[in-house]
Design a protein around this ligand. Structure first.
Ligand code: NDP
Length: 446
């Protein structure tokens, strides 16, 4: 049977079991296309039905979150935790607060997280969670009350050896502090049941910076493979959040010209590169919940309402905002202007059509599960530090992060090499699948 037929048969089963979950189907199909023949060629994987098992999370926990706003009005939201797979370690993955959060989004993110975590080489299973809560326009006190109410519901299901959530969109160090306090009050223990904590109460150095920095370390490894480096390269970055601004900071440090940062309403463009002070200004605006439409007068960056970063002439594109943000027209624009590398800071930022256009256009494409694994990798280091009750310095964590990103690059490159081309997406999927499949097959039918 051809690979195409095998994938279609498999996806028919997935789509029947989980109807109307388009983002989840998209993520599963990408992985199945790369690994289905690996499963069929291995009698242990086939007998264990590894892919069918991985298309179904271990469990999805759903709950109501009730809290009071500043006007004293009762508010009701929905929260979830997808405990996707603990085959190689405790469930691990972020919490997202956003009105678009749904079981489909969280299942796709949890599925991706399983593979990403396996690539790090650390003992981390995969999970994801969040709520349909929109913090935009909410006061600090309202967000704190929401975090406490959310954790009241989630706390019985997590713990340092069971499930260790972290932050994601709209859940930063501040929210993790509030969530951790509520967890601690429930568990009556001080344990590392969340990562991304503040440094004064068990957080790791460099966790905040890790995803963005790790993305740049991954791109540096891709360039080193070609005998090149980042100095002088023109880089487009989307987003203005945690991943985008830390990637921008590290890229500038490495001598690259960061041409853009963006948000949902427009793009900040500087033909000669956005400087470190302007990146810091963007981060402060994001933290204050404000837009970037009026850059400081002493910066060369200008704001273009409604524009996309991908209209710029760049060597490297780093989508760092959200899923499906880069579509086929934007992918065509990148191909036409001769962009060489697309590396994903966000999770699944490219639509399926965009991925095909990028691949057919000969660009190197680093998937998020490899390129943005730096955040979860440092979360894994935070878990170890919490267990040991010994804390590493920023320099030590950064050195470990660099090594982990190099190792992820090497694993993805080894599995994805064909002649002098590297298919990083395929390589990452196969390398991660082998790790998880070996564990699942070893554990029998349970
Ligand atoms: P943040 O909430 O810090 O920032 C996200 C930013 O993206 C917001 O500023 C938002 O703009 C912007 N944005 C959203 N949609 C669009 C769009 N269509 N076009 C342009 N900008 C947009 O999130 P993070 O930086 O933490 O996460 C970004 C991505 O990286 C997500 O996919 C996340 O899952 C992934 N990721 C994050 C990790 C982490 O450690 N934080 C780890 C691994 C992956 P606005 O302000 O206008 O809403």
């Amino acid at each position: 049977m051809s690979r195409h037929t095998l994938v279609n048969e498999f996806m028919n089963r997935v789509e029947t079991h989980s109807p109307n979950q388009t983002e989840f189907h998209q993520a599963v199909r990408h992985v199945a296309q790369d690994v289905i023949t690996i499963e069929k060629a291995h009698s242990g994987y086939t007998a264990a039905k590894v892919l069918d098992r991985l298309a179904e999370p271990d469990r999805v926990i759903g709950f109501r979150v009730v809290w009071q706003d500043d006007a004293g009005e009762t508010q009701v939201n929905r929260g979830w935790r997808v405990q996707y797979s603990d085959a190689i370690g405790p469930y691990k993955g972020g919490l997202r607060f956003h009105p678009t959060v749904s079981p489909s989004i969280l299942k796709f993110l949890g599925f991706e997280q399983v593979f990403k975590n396996a690539l790090t080489g650390l003992p981390l299973g995969g999970g994801k969670g969040g709520a349909d809560f929109d913090p935009t326009g909410r006061s600090d006190a309202e967000i704190m009350r929401f975090c406490h109410a959310f954790m009241c519901q989630l706390a019985p299901f997590i713990g340092p050896d069971r499930d260790v959530p972290a932050g994601d969109i709209n859940v930063g160090t501040r929210e993790i502090g509030w969530l951790f306090a509520a967890y601690k009050a429930h568990a009556l223990e001080f344990t590392g049941a969340l990562t991304g904590k503040g440094a004064s109460f068990g957080g790791s150095q460099i966790r905040t910076e890790a995803t963005g920095y790790g993305l740049i370390y991954f791109v540096q490894a891709m360039l080193a493979e070609q005998g090149a480096d980042l100095a002088g390269k023109r880089v487009a970055i989307s987003g203005k959040g945690n991943v985008a601004t830390h990637a921008a900071e590290k890229a500038v440090e490495a001598g690259a010209h960061v041409i853009t940062l963006s948000d949902t309403s427009g793009t900040l463009v500087a033909e000669d590169g956005i400087d470190a002070a302007t990146i810091a200004w963007v981060r402060a605006r994001k933290q204050a919940g404000e837009d970037i439409s009026h850059p400081p007068e002493d910066t060369k960056a200008r704001y273009v309402a409604g524009a996309m970063p991908w209209e710029q002439d760049v060597d490297i594109a780093l989508p760092c905002a959200t899923q499906n943000e880069l579509d086929k027209d934007m992918a065509k624009a990148l191909v036409d202007q001769g962009t060489q590398i697309v590396a994903e800071g966000a999770n699944m930022p490219l639509t399926s059509d965009a991925i095909d256009i990028i691949a057919n256009g000969g660009l190197l494409h680093a998937p998020g599960k490899a390129a943005n694994a730096g955040g979860v990798a440092v979360s894994g280091l935070e878990m170890s530090q919490n267990s040991h009750r010994r804390y590493a310095t920023a320099e030590e964590v950064d050195a470990d992060l660099k090594q982990i990103m190099k190792r992820i690059h090497a694993r993805a490159a080894d599995e994805g090499r064909s002649g002098n081309r590297i298919d990083y997406s395929k390589g990452a999927n196969i390398a991660a699948f082998r790790t998880v499949a070996d564990a699942i097959a070893a554990m029998g039918a349970i």
